[in-house]
Design a protein around this ligand. Sequence first.
Ligand code: SOE
Length: 381
Amino acid sequence: MAQKKPLNIGVVGYGFMGRTHSNAYRQAPQFFDLPYRPVLKAICGRNEENARRFADTWGYEGYETDWRKLVERKDIDAIDICTPNDSHAEIAIAAAQAGKMVLCEKPLARTLDEARPMVEAVEKAGVANTVWYNYRRVPAVTLTKQLVDAGKLGKIFHYRANFLQDWTISADLPQGGAGLWRLDVAAAGSGVTGDLLAHCIDTALWINGPIERVCAMTETFVKQRKHNLTGKVEPVGIDDACAFLCRFRNGSLGLFESTRYARGHKALYTFEINGEKASVKWDLHDLHRLQYFHHGDESVVRGWRSIHVTDADQPYMKHWWVPGLQIGYEHTFIHQAADFLTNLGSGEPTSPTFREALESQAVCDAVLGSARSGGWESVGS
Ligand code: SOE
């Protein structure tokens, strides 16, 4: 059997995303036949004790406490960025300039302006790159894309998506620092728009094509919070909730909502697409099912079908268990790692590339711009 080529990976950031990505690199070669063998060379994080412990737990060969050192290392092929949003650009650009492949957690950056030089850097260096918009690789979501591309829904009229959470309702929750940087506008860039709607937008662009114009409103329900890094009560600069209308280039209408103030919802990402011939609905809390209604069905039995997306002929599922047995959230990252490693073998890009993720960044910018101006905004590039 041909020897698999090693791909030496350095991951920056040992938080929630550091764990999902590390797990992906460990699991992908067990379930997929890949041309490259991911080698966990080094984890990088500022706290030495945490970095050492993480390296031991996940089987990294070593660790670094300064990402600049990691990027300079000759024995690293790919840098994977799992840090808060405010450091994505600096790390990605330095990594690309050092000739490394770059994988970056979503959103690509805090703003469109910050993201553009990242795209230029990876393209100038000619290095493989991808952004971890993991929900594209839920088998039921990938199946939705296949159904739409195959014309099963016909002309699309409506695209509706929500991402609802409830974890920031308490005004006592501080902002800033580990875990809570998502509430700190300096670190995150925005609130639910960049953190949650970015997922919905990425999926929508992928399935339903470009968004041309948006009209949004945002709200910050808790106006000030203690900042963990300064110890002072400081204004809150993120959007706690955002809703927007949009027009897609294909003529369909979009309706998107996200909030961290929907009591009872932990991570309810849902979408529904209505076409001339059929509709589909998907829900992250029941992620292995796709609801499908086809008007062409015999009228007496016509209704919503609940498709259990676990069969070998459905996306990704032949790599897992036997039909009927489910997979979950962590598998979406495993699928992206597997796709990246497979595509490296054939020289193909792994979607979404930095350039493709610039489009979702542009929609987020237009959404926040519209919320400020109070009017419709065109999506830039
Ligand atoms: C926020 O709570 C969060 O963890 C996001 O940052 C992730 O991108 C999303 O998948 C789940 O929610």
